[in-house]
Design a protein around this ligand. Structure first.
Ligand code: ZN
Ligand code: ZN
Length: 408
């Protein structure tokens, strides 16, 4: 099928199942400037469902790189006020948010790390209110991907840029079920399966999960009344939405006071335009006491130093190794895909909806309940076909949850 037709199907799926656009909605769209066809399809799809306004914030890899190379250092520290005003506008209008990821994962390779972290810190602070609203699901939101030549070349290094880009689009359409006759129907079935896994874990309410694999022996406490989620999420105004496409995960929050042991990453992590390999973290009483990486270590150290919460875990996610993304055998160098190929954890903040009543709690109340608070949230992948996970019940019994990388 020609690309434009696929993009139209993709855009319709994102608008309908993704953020579930309703008449009168403001939609905020964050997208790369070179994704013009997808952008136009998305804007049209949102208006088809009755959106009142679609407000776009464009980004561009090359411009970002040029800014980070040449912009005066003090300017990197100051986030432009008119862009802050745009974030505030989205909050004021209860904007439903579509974020399209297409960046070259290595876009910022070789740039002075102090400049990157300064720029990122300014962005994190400016985005903080939007991030908090998102993490509490005040409004529907979704993160999706688009193929760019630079990213595609990393995933398919032996192909020329055009072929690689086409292949990456095919993978995106396959994993988001856009290649199926009726993607919306396919997502209903998929979401139901994920929901059933989550329901089972919610009923069980394990006190801890114990992970073992080569290089990993980690016990993660789960907060009282934690909520596992998979598939649809619910916004605080009662609207179901799909926060990620693709998604294969069932996830909850860690109890940030009770994490002990060590864990290694099993897939490359692309963060801040740099690829981080072989992360090793040792935890004691909920905090990282030692963290190293064989590549991108300075980026890892910067993440860990973001704030106190960056040294603990916010998210615990279960993804079976036989998931379609894992079975593709590809490394996407993109968290949206790689996290859905593998069991993963996130350093930094927990989602407020990961505990009963959490979206109504203050930041302090969330922290007291064990939900980690931080300005950052960085997923890293730890799953493999060797991984076993036991659920530890409140009376200390161990029950198999994962065996050899799949649901027990
Ligand atoms: Zn996740
Ligand atoms: Zn995450």
């Amino acid at each position: 099928m020609e690309l434009l037709k696929q993009l139209e199907k993709y855009a319709a799926l994102i608008a309908k199942v993704g953020i579930n656009v309703q008449p009168g909605d403001t939609v905020a769209l964050r997208v790369a400037a070179d994704q013009v066809e997808l952008t136009r399809c998305l804007v049209a799809a949102c208006y088809d469902l009755g959106a009142a306004e679609v407000d776009i914030a464009y980004n561009d890899d090359l411009v970002t790189r040029l800014n980070l190379e040449h912009e005066e250092f003090d300017r990197l520290k100051d986030f432009p006020p008119h862009r802050k005003a745009q974030f505030q506008y989205w909050l004021d209008k209860n904007a439903k948010m579509i974020s399209v990821i297409s960046s070259d994962p290595d876009n910022l390779n070789g740039i002075d790390h102090k400049r990157i972290s300064t720029y990122q810190e300014a962005g994190n602070v400016a985005m903080n209110a939007v991030r908090q609203a998102t993490q509490a699901s005040k409004n529907s939101w979704i993160v999706v991907a688009a193929a760019s030549p630079a990213w595609a070349k990393l995933v398919f290094p032996n192909d020329d840029a055009d072929t690689a880009t086409q292949k990456l689009w095919e993978e995106i359409f396959k994993t988001t079920r856009v290649d199926q006759e009726d993607p919306i129907k396919a997502w209903e079935i998929h979401a139901k399966n994920l929901q059933e896994r989550a329901d089972l874990l919610n009923k069980t309410q394990y006190k801890e999960l114990h992970y073992t694999a080569s290089g990993t022996d980690l016990t993660i406490g789960l907060p009282e009344n934690h909520v596992w989620l998979g598939g649809y999420n619910m916004s605080s105004d009662g609207r179901p939405f799909m926060p990620n496409m693709p998604t294969e995960e069932v996830f909850t929050a860690a109890n940030s006071a009770n994490i002990n042991g060590y864990v290694i990453s099993t897939k490359p992590l692309s963060h801040a335009g740099v690829t981080i390999l072989d992360i090793k973290l040792t935890f004691k009483d909920g905090k990282v006491v030692e963290g190293t990486a064989s590549q991108g270590n300075d980026v890892l150290q910067t993440i860990l130093k973001t704030d106190e919460g960056a040294k603990s875990l916010g998210e615990v996610a279960l993804v079976p190794d036989p998931s379609p993304i894992s079975q593709s055998g590809l490394v996407f160098y993109n968290t949206l895909f790689d996290e859905n190929a593998s069991n993963h954890l996130a350093l930094g903040s927990a989602y407020a909806f990961s505990i009963e009543g959490g979206t109504q709690m203050s930041e302090d109340e969330l922290a007291k309940a064990g939900l980690n608070r931080s300005k950052t949230h960085v997923d890293f992948m730890i799953g493999s076909s060797q991984m076993n996970i036991d659920g530890i019940t409140k009376d200390g019994q161990a029950e198999p949850v994962f065996r050899n990388g799949d649901w027990a």
